[in-house]
Design a protein around this ligand. Structure first.
Ligand code: NAD
Length: 337
């Protein structure tokens, strides 16, 4: 059994912990937290050994009657791999700790690409992470774009990608984010940083991205234009995507007109936390004009990177190839709407 440590038990970390626990070949050795907040409470309730990420704050857990298994160093030392899911920039500060204990580490999309040996998306470049020590699972948006670009490149060749990312202002729990009543070009400079991030996954990809932020918390929305190297029928692209396990094609009959109904569907389907691990592509939006492909897709920012973290664990430890790992992850967490 692969012993997995999770350092940073917030939006991403708690979801990765649950997904790891569902894998037949992995165990959560423990999770590390800085504060005895509500997430610390649920970690204990779920039976995850809780470690103090910052030693000086360990007393706060005792005062809150939350039992601590030890300092984060003990957890990192004993683990086969650590998933760092701390806020942007903290992962970089933690790298030294992981190196000290010779524990391979996964970082999240908020860290810089040059912190690691490789950036990672299971569908696109699984092999690059095999035996690497430091791997970055790319952001929610980059994950969503990579999952679409990889099959298109293989099937038709991609000349150019242009994407406009309509980004949620904050996650539902991020009460300090916004805008509340505005539409921001964000970042206002063009192209946005998202395109170069996707280029960390693919060699020789030509991609320009633009970003906006809107007063929404549920999901991001991508408006995508891909110029392919040949003329393609929209029906063929639909078929290509239908074979991709992490792309959900929303059928017209479902009457899902936006993120609200998508989240409602996920909750009705009994998804934990209403999570949607798949890209949600409106089937009717898949259109072609000559060699230009267009589509709209919804990306659930809090959860699409979760299966990617699970696959990155197997890649780094050389425990499975891409196909095998993706199939195991999909089956154990229930991917496929
Ligand atoms: P979060 O704030 O929800 O969770 C981070 C957790 O780490 C919190 O529980 C915090 O208390 C804890 N923490 C802070 N400092 C720590 C330390 N020194 N040691 C251990 N734990 C510490 O953040 P998040 O949204 O889960 O984001 C984590 C990473 O994932 C970031 O790199 C982010 O860019 C990336 N990411 C976030 C999303 C998203 O939509 N939330 C999507 C994809 C990727």
């Amino acid at each position: 059994m692969i012993q997995v440590a999770i350092n940073g038990y917030g939006t991403i970390g708690k979801r990765v912990a649950d997904a790891v626990r569902q894998q037949p070949d992995m165990e959560v050795l423990g999770v590390a937290k800085t504060r005895p907040n509500f997430e610390a409470e649920t970690a204990i309730d779920k039976g995850f050994p809780l470690y103090a990420a910052i030693e000086e704050r360990a007393d706060q857990f005792a005062e809150a009657d939350l039992e601590i298994a030890g300092p984060v160093e003990d957890l990192i030392d004993a683990a086969d791999i650590v998933v760092d899911a701390t806020p942007s920039g903290i992962g970089a500060e933690n790298k030294e700790l992981y190196e000290e204990y010779d524990t391979p580490a996964l970082y999240q999309g908020g860290e810089d690409a040059d912190l690691v040996d490789t950036s990672f998306n299971a569908r696109s470049n699984f092999e690059d992470a095999v035996d690497a020590d430091h791997v970055r699972v790319v952001s929610c948006n980059t994950t969503g774009l990579s999952r679409v670009i990889a099959p298109l490149r293989e099937a038709y060749g991609v000349e150019k990608v242009r994407a406009t990312l309509v980004r949620r202002g904050g996650d539902p729990g991020q009460t300090n984010r916004g805008p509340i009543n505005d539409i921001l070009p964000n970042p206002v400079t063009i192209p946005s940083h998202h395109g170069p991030d996707v280029e960390t996954i693919f060699d020789d990809l030509d991609i320009d991205t633009l970003g906006m932020k809107v007063p929404a918390t549920l999901m991001h929305m991508h408006s995508l234009n891909v110029t392919l190297e040949e003329e393609v029928d929209a029906a063929d692209v639909r078929e290509l995507f239908a074979d991709e396990s992490r792309l959900f094609l929303i059928p017209e009959r479902m009457d899902i007109d936006g993120s609200g109904k998508l989240k409602e569907y996920a909750m009705d389907a009994g998804r934990p936390r209403g999570d949607i691990w798949e890209n949600c592509i409106w089937e009717e939006s898949i259109s072609t004009v000559g060699s230009d492909l267009y589509l709209f897709q919804g990306i659930h920012q809090e959860s699409d990177v979760v299966p990617e973290n699970v696959d990155a664990i197997r890649a780094v430890l050389g425990e499975a190839d891409a196909e095998e790992s993706i199939a195991t992850t999909n089956e154990s967490i229930g991917i496929g709407l």
